[in-house]
Design a protein around this ligand. Structure first.
Ligand SMILES: [Fe+2]
Length: 207
């Protein structure tokens, strides 16, 4: 079936875009369990009105292999203890599917982890494109003082597996703010590496 073209206008300041078919948002309380300082997280949920921390507007043409989902994600600045606000993170259910992120506003990091537990950090600012290759777990982190807004696109049949991070008690590293206004990687002491059998199983390719 021949589809009609679609355009979306990105709001690089407020986030979001026109022409979207869907929208979702995550509140502070939705991010329970992500942070090393669980008490600080709980205290912040209780002392605030449980604000929206990030929202996503996307255009989904369907789930046909070879088709493309795209959208805009916007994330508040903020911290829980020394950790910045971040997304839950995932690997694609079809793990060989890649993704593109295109920075619009703010200062962010893409934290990537391979099935074997290697970490990569990519800095994303306005006009920066980050290519997330197949097979990498990925999460975005707002290390700036303003909203982080990014455009993204990924194959329609990618799917998302959020359990992969929970199953290993988080990602291998945490990103902490330093006293001098920068950030540093710290080992997550609760991290449980994936078995080599599971890691190998994730490296399969799909039709
Ligand atoms: Fe993704």
């Amino acid at each position: 079936m021949l589809r009609e073209p679609v355009t979306s206008v990105v709001d690089a300041i407020a986030g979001g875009m026109s022409g979207n078919t869907g929208r979702y948002e995550k509140r502070l309380s939705d991010l329970t369990g992500l942070y090393a300082d669980a008490d600080a997280h709980e205290a912040l949920v209780r002392s605030t009105s449980d604000p929206v921390v990030y929202d996503v507007e996307d255009f989904k043409p369907g789930t046909h292999s070879g088709d493309l989902i795209y959208g805009v994600t916007r994330m508040n600045p903020g911290r829980i203890g020394r950790e910045y606000f971040l997304t839950r993170g995932h690997i694609h259910a079809k793990a060989d599917r890649p993704e593109i992120y295109y920075g619009q506003k703010g200062r962010g990091l893409m934290q990537l982890e391979s099935p074997e537990g290697e970490t990569r950090i990519v800095e994303i600012g306005p006009q920066t494109i980050c290519y997330v290759p197949p097979f990498w777990i990925h999460r975005s982190i707002n290390v700036g003082a303003e909203d982080l807004v990014m455009v993204f696109a990924y194959p329609s049949d990618s799917g998302q597996d959020y359990g992969i991070i929970e199953n290993s008690n988080g990602m291998r590293h945490r990103v902490y703010a330093t006293d001098t206004g920068g950030w540093e990687l710290v080992e997550n002491t609760a991290y449980t590496p994936r078995s080599s059998e599971i890691a190998r199983g994730l490296m399969k390719t799909y039709a």
